[in-house]
Design a protein around this ligand. Sequence first.
Ligand code: SF4
Length: 129
Amino acid sequence: MSTCIRCSWQEVGKLVINPDGQVFPCCYLANKTYKADKHGALFDNVESQSEKGFGNWYWKEKSDKIMRDYVKHKDELNVKKVPMEDILNHPWYTEMLPESWENEETRNDICVTYCETPVEYDDRESGSS
Ligand code: SF4
């Protein structure tokens, strides 16, 4: 069955601003990043880190590339440092995240869990949503 991502937060125009100013597309990814940071799992070599007891919070090679990209750009995605308009027009929001949804291998596990849907239920193209 072919699937796609329908970003439930984007569709209703919501996002999350953490107390430190970081802007996340939803609370699910904000929580995952917080937990990974707390457990020291924000490493490039995530597969080996997973063996050190980080449980489900380690970041996987392909599906978490989008979140490692977020960390690389985090200062440009912080509303205490950059105007919100610039954040929303940042390539992480306009290109990297939506492009990560196009391929099942690069979709973040969280996006798959909360927002993946069979293509036959995706009515955006027909304009009937
Ligand atoms: S989990 Fe992914 S697709 Fe779903 S609301 Fe968050 S960013 Fe959007």
